[in-house]
Design a protein around this ligand. Structure first.
Ligand code: PEP
Ligand code: MN
Length: 337
C-alpha cells in the first residue's frame, strides 16, 4: 500500500511515520515525487495495519496497491523512472542504444567494434564475458579476461559497459567492471540471482524470459526492487511461439502494456528477437515508434566469423546507417536519439 503524507508534513512527522511502519515489521520504500513524498509499505500483512497508520496526524490517506507487483507498478509511482548514469539518462526523452558483440571474443575485436560504435553517438557497449549457451560445448565466454577488455574499451572510448551476470558468485567481479548488469532471458526467474542484484547500487537490465508473461517479468523486477535496487530497465527480447521464420517473436505490444503497468524504462533487443540481421532494422524502427526507451543491438566486425550469434549481428557500417535511420523515427515521435 501507499502512505500519502499531508503536504504540511514536517521532517519530524515523516520520521515518526517511518518509525511506526518499521515497528510494525513492514518494509519502507520512499519515493520522492515532484509534488510530494510517498511511502510504499510492503509486507505480507501490510494492509492489516492500514487503519493504525491512517490515524497518524500527518497521514492524508492510505492507498492499497491491488497489483501483485507493488514497487514497480505505475500505481506506486506515476512518474517514469529515469536512470541517470554519468549524466546519460535511460527512460528520459533521449532513446539510448546499447550496441556491441554478443560475446567478447578478444581484445582487438572489442576495441575495434567499440570505436566504430562510439562514432555513431551511442553511449553503451554490450558484450558477454559469461555466456549462457544452450550447448556446454559452445564458446562459454572469456570470463574475467573478457571483463578486462570491456573495461579497456570503456577507457579508450568513454562508452559505458553492459554485461551479463549469470551466477551470484561472480557479482563482485562483474560489478567491478560493468556500469550496467544484465540478467539474461534464461535467468529471469533465478530468484536468488535477482535478490543479489537487488542489493547492488548499479542499474540492472532484466530481460524477459522467452516463455514468460509480462506479469511474470514484472514480478521478477519486483524481486530486485524489494531488495532496495530500483534502477531496473526491462527488456523485451522476443518470446517463443509457433513461428519459425524468426528465432523468437518480438512482442511489440509489451512496450505500451509495460508503459501502462510500470514506471520502469523498457528497451527492446531486436537481435535476439528476430535472429537475422536483415530484420533488425525494421523491428528497431517499429520499437521506437511504439515507445521503447532504448534498443540493444548486436554488432560484430565480421559476423561470419562470430563465435556466437553471427547471423543476427550487424556489421559496423550497417549499424551506423541504422542509427541515422532511427534518429528520424525518434524525432517523428517527439524523442531524440
Ligand atoms: C545476450 O543479450 O547476450 C543474451 C544472451 O540475450 P538473451 O538472454 O535475451 O538470450
Ligand atoms: Mn547474443
Amino acid at each position: 500500500m501507499i502512505v500519502v503524507l499531508k503536504p504540511t508534513c514536517t521532517e519530524d512527522d515523516f520520521n515518526r511515520v517511518i518509525k511506526k511502519i518499521e515497528d510494525l515489521g513492514l518494509a519502507v520504500h520512499i519515493s520522492k515525487g515532484k509534488e510530494r513524498t510517498i511511502i510504499g509499505v510492503v509486507g505480507e500483512d501490510a494492509i492489516l495495519h492500514s487503519q493504525s497508520l491512517e490515524s497518524l496526524p500527518s497521514v492524508e490517506k492510505i492507498v492499497p496497491i491491488l497489483k501483485p507487483y507493488k514497487l514497480v507498478s505505475r500505481e506506486f509511482k506515476k512518474d517514469n523512472t529515469i536512470i541517470n548514469l554519468n549524466g546519460v539518462e535511460i527512460g528520459g526523452n533521449r532513446i539510448q542504444v546499447i550496441a556491441g558483440p554478443c560475446a567478447v571474443e578478444g581484445r582487438e575485436m572489442l576495441l575495434d567494434v567499440a570505436q566504430s560504435i562510439e562514432k555513431t553517438g551511442t553511449k553503451f557497449l554490450r558484450g558477454g564475458a559469461f555466456k549462457p549457451r544452450t550447448s556446454p560445448y559452445s564458446f562459454q565466454g572469456l570470463g574475467e579476461e573478457g571483463l578486462r577488455y570491456l573495461a579497456e574499451a570503456r577507457k579508450s572510448t568513454g562508452l559505458m559497459v553492459v554485461t551479463e551476470l549469470m551466477d551470484p558468485r561472480d557479482i563482485d567481479m562483474v560489478c567491478e567492471y560493468a556500469d550496467i548488469i544484465q540478467i539474461g532471458t534464461r535467468n529471469m526467474q533465478n530468484f536468488r540471482l535477482l535478490k543479489e542484484v537487488g542489493t547492488i547500487k548499479k542499474p540492472v537490465i532484466l530481460k524477459r524470459g522467452f516463455s514468460s508473461t509480462i506479469l511474470e517479468l514484472l514480478m521478477s523486477a519486483e524481486y530486485i526492487a524489494s531488495q532496495g535496487n530500483k534502477q531496473i530497465i526491462l527488456c523485451e527480447r522476443g518470446i517463443r511461439t509457433f513461428e519459425t521464420s524468426t528465432r523468437n517473436t518480438l512482442d511489440i505490444s509489451a512496450i505500451p502494456i509495460i508503459k501502462e503497468l510500470s514506471h520502469l524504462p523498457i528497451i527492446i533487443d531486436p537481435s535476439h528477437a528476430v535472429g537475422k540481421w536483415n530484420l533488425v532494422g525494421p523491428v528497431s524502427r517499429a520499437a521506437i515508434a511504439a515507445g521503447a526507451d532504448g534498443l540493444m543491438i548486436e554488432v560484430h566486425p565480421s559476423p561470419q566469423d562470430a563465435l556466437s550469434d553471427g547471423p543476427q549481428s550487424l556489421k559496423p557500417d550497417r549499424f551506423k546507417n541504422l542509427m541515422n535511420d532511427l534518429r528520424n523515427i525518434a524525432n517523428a515521435v517527439g524523442r531524440s536519439l
